[in-house]
Design a protein around this ligand. Structure first.
Ligand SMILES: [Zn+2]
Ligand SMILES: [Zn+2]
Ligand SMILES: [Zn+2]
Length: 299
């Protein structure tokens, strides 16, 4: 994977010719060779996800004189993954520039990236700021659109089923005749997935269910918050050859997945007051998407 970005030669016309301005280059990450794992703006962060697309210009300088083997930036990228400390489907990262005295015209001397729950989040400074290099080491979240408002610039990150929900602990126990996956939030079990025989799903199903799980305030032994109108057996549209049955009870919601041979392949039990109709729907959608994916004939 190429990460060394050689500084282009100055075009004819010289450094002071039209369109080639050292000051403006400085303002965008400095001059010299650059490193594709050190983005300094949204477009460069996008390129850093697949460095074959990376072009010199939007990155910080190479710190290891082009010797990428043994470069601490590359080592960190390989070895450390940046965890997003928020349980939400998307987060807004705000980019704060800071300037040393007398460097107004040579560009920022540093950046702090703040993870926020969104534009209204004003308490983000309680969290640890990131560097741009930290942002390049986020896994399992997609880079969303760039963002700006009166406070400054930033970008969105969008969670995928490659990562579990922050704060949800998933444990798996395999027995001879079944496998159980427990989902715990604040030490309280909020969901239990019982797979008959062997699992017919990928690891992403577990992550997707964890995204549906309530936060700590809804993790308890109280009644589920599903309206009474739904408190009867409801069928969900089948996916591939799997049918789903929902059974709402006062203290739990059970979703049963039954295959074409009429045998139960999975059963998901949800408990706690945080389970609203929307969250139950999200859990069912996760089951439909991921069970069907594995059980389809083209697997
Ligand atoms: Zn490097
Ligand atoms: Zn380098
Ligand atoms: Zn399973």
């Amino acid at each position: 994977m190429p990460i060394f970005l050689r500084e282009p030669e100055a075009p004819a016309g010289g450094p002071d010719g039209k369109g080639w301005n050292r000051l403006s280059l400085n303002a965008h990450g400095g001059t010299g060779h650059q490193c594709a794992l050190r983005p300094r703006r949204w477009g460069a962060l996008l390129e850093s996800q697949d460095t074959r697309r990376a072009r010199w210009g939007g990155f910080g300088r190479c710190i290891n004189r082009g010797r990428c083997d043994g470069c601490p930036v590359l080592d960190a990228w390989r070895g450390q993954c940046t965890v997003i400390p928020i349980n939400a489907p998307r987060v807004l990262v705000r980019v704060e520039l800071f300037f040393a005295p007398d460097t107004r015209f040579t560009g920022p001397t540093g950046y702090r990236l703040w993870v926020t729950t969104g534009p209204e989040d004003r308490n983000f400074r309680d969290r640890q700021p990131w560097t741009w290099e930290d942002a390049a080491r986020v896994r399992g979240w997609n880079l969303g659109p760039a963002y700006h408002d009166e406070y400054g610039e930033g970008f969105w990150l969008e969670r995928t089923a490659h990562v579990p929900a922050q704060g949800c602990i998933i444990t798996t126990r395999a027995r001879d005749s079944f496998t159980r996956h427990a989902f715990r939030v604040a030490r309280c079990r909020v969901a239990l997935l019982h797979c008959t025989a062997e699992c017919r799903h990928d690891a992403q199903l577990l992550n997707a269910i964890s995204h549906a799980c309530p936060g700590p305030e809804g993790a308890n032994e109280e009644r589920v918050a599903v309206p009474w109108a739904l408190a009867r057996k409801v069928t969900v549209p089948p996916a591939e050859n799997i049918r789903f049955y929902i059974d709402v009870r006062p203290l739990s919601v059970k979703i049963t997945a039954v295959d074409s041979a009429r045998s139960e392949c999975a059963r998901l039990t949800l408990s706690g007051s945080g389970w609203s109709a929307e969250r139950v729907q999200a859990a069912v959608d996760a089951l439909r998407a991921h069970l069907a994916a594995v059980s389809s004939p083209s697997r």
